[in-house]
Design a protein around this ligand. Structure first.
Ligand code: ZN
Length: 488
């Protein structure tokens, strides 16, 4: 019997990864060979575990027992995962200004109280309110097709009659500028393939004003994502002052790419567009939080969480309901194990990250005089996929300590702490000097779902979610309970 097998082993030694790949190829495996192979695998497996165990850092050694308790409990738990599902299914997506969001926040406060967390409360934040309303689009030439679209956050509507126009396809802002004379009176389509989020999101964020400057009557973007199953992606956008506000929406990757090909072939494309998007004045929302009060240094705080608001498409499962509930569950597990960390551990769910960052800013303002004693801020906002560790922004001295603590997480492959990282919501307090870290996860699927109707609970894997919980819980607990405070 011919078999080709690849065995990958990751062995971590003092923060350095040794990557072993053994390729057993085209080997005729008789019975004895199989036994030898299995024996070899087992011994490598054991030596890997023993190796890791022996390689615990100096700080980590003191926390091995409690850390293992946390990991066991998190990995065998289904309540955090179930709670995420309950939240998403009961209240739906949580756009700022929506009743869905406010109902979710009230429910979280009730549930945190039931968990017995300390100081459970909300802190009011005024947030912008934008409502999508109904929207639709049809390609009317060269043939007729209903288009799946998502208006971009903050977009104005088209008015009750909608608008019709010829589509002018461009590949970049430079392309638009160089052919500006052709753009007047047309619907501008930015058919820009995804490279990185930061690069491609520019067309979503400021595409409307750039299109309006050259006389466009509306602007469309190719959705910001590398892969699509006809799923448009929404997200925030902004208008420049003193530039006409025109409707701005995302097409699917498929439709945008098709129109790009049509334009290259010289076909005339026409689209009719109807959008009811509308902005209202600011409305109240809140950041919600609950904590375990530190047993020795209650004023010293480790804060962890995510943003509880989401876009209005899908359920905001990976972005960022999962991050919020995982951080909350991490704190709950530490509490249920009866561990009493020396410092306070606070789970925070920030509001209005998506289209305002008002929650992160309000938290900074409300806690400004406590920030000197905010020891570490941790955010999960890259989806609750399989975690590999954290990216950390702070002094190298602290990075070394966190890498030492990370060795406790080697057993679940999530102990790699790298330089540089954080999160949008903790950004404002990081600017005030609080060391920050972002949970790093397998990013291969995040932008498939991000800001689409497909960001739903079924996309969250329980084992991966639990690994996120365990990873955040161990890190938060050890930093909270170390003898020395983390230097900044
Ligand atoms: Zn997010």
């Amino acid at each position: 019997m011919l078999k080709k097998s690849i065995f990958l082993f990751f062995i971590h030694v003092n923060g350095i990864i040794f990557y072993f790949q053994s390729l057993v190829k085209e080997v005729q495996l008789n019975k004895m060979n199989k036994i030898i192979l299995i024996f070899t695998l087992l011994s490598v497996g054991f030596s890997t575990n023993n190796g890791n165990k022996n390689q615990l850092g100096e700080i980590a050694k003191k926390f091995e027992k409690n850390s293992n308790l946390i990991i066991e409990k998190a990995m065998n738990d289904s309540r955090g995962y179930d709670r995420l599902g309950e939240m998403l299914d009961t209240f739906g997506p949580r756009l700022s200004g929506s009743t869905n969001l406010e109902k979710t926040l009230e429910w979280i406060l009730d549930e945190m109280k039931k968990d017995g967390l300390d100081n459970v409360h909300g802190e009011e934040v005024m947030v912008p309110k934008w409502v999508r309303g109904k929207e639709s689009a049809t390609m009317t030439a060269p043939w007729e097709k209903d288009l799946v679209i998502l208006g971009l956050g903050g977009s104005v509507g088209t008015g009750p009659k909608g608008l019709k126009g010829e589509v002018f396809v461009v590949n970049s802002f430079d392309d638009l500028k160089s052919r500006a004379s052709e753009a007047k009176g047309k619907i501008i389509l930015y058919n820009v393939p995804f490279t990185t989020y930061g690069e491609t999101v520019q067309y979503r964020y400021r595409g409307a004003s750039e299109a309006a400057k050259v006389g466009g009557i509306a602007s469309l973007i190719r959705s910001v994502g590398p892969y699509s199953m006809n799923t448009p992606h929404t997200g925030t956008s902004a208008y420049e002052d003193d530039v006409k506000k025109i409707p701005h929406a995302a097409l699917t990757l498929e439709d945008a790419a098709m129109m790009g090909r049509m334009a290259d072939r010289g076909l005339k494309i026409k689209v009719s567009l109807y959008m009811e998007g509308r902005s209202f004045g600011d409305v109240p929302s809140q950041n919600v939080m609950g904590e375990i009060i530190g047993s020795e240094f209650p004023d010293e705080v480790i804060v962890l969480g995510g943003h509880i608001d989401s876009w209005d498409a899908g359920q905001g499962a990976h972005d960022d309901g999962g991050g919020c509930v995982a951080a909350w569950e991490a704190v709950k597990i530490i509490k249920e194990l009866g561990l009493k960390p020396k410092r306070t551990i606070r789970a925070v769910m920030w509001t209005n990250e998506e289209n305002g960052l008002r929650g992160g800013n309000a938290y900074r303002d409300a806690h400004m005089d406590e920030l000197d004693d905010h020891i570490l801020a941790m955010e999960s906002d890259a989806g609750v996929f399989k975690p590999s560790g954290f990216g950390f922004s702070g002094p190298d001295e602290s990075l070394k300590i966190l890498q030492d603590i990370g060795s406790l997480l080697y057993r679940i492959d999530s102990g790699i702490i790298t330089k540089g990282g954080g999160g949008a919501d903790i950004g404002p307090i990081m600017k005030e000097g609080v060391p920050g870290m972002g949970l790093k996860v397998d990013g291969s699927r995040y932008f498939w779902y991000h800001h689409t109707t497909a960001d739903t609970f079924d996309k969250v894997d329980k084992d991966e979610f639990n690994r996120c919980v365990a990873t955040m819980a161990v890190m938060a607990y050890v930093v909270a309970d170390m003898d020395k405070r983390l230097p900044r």
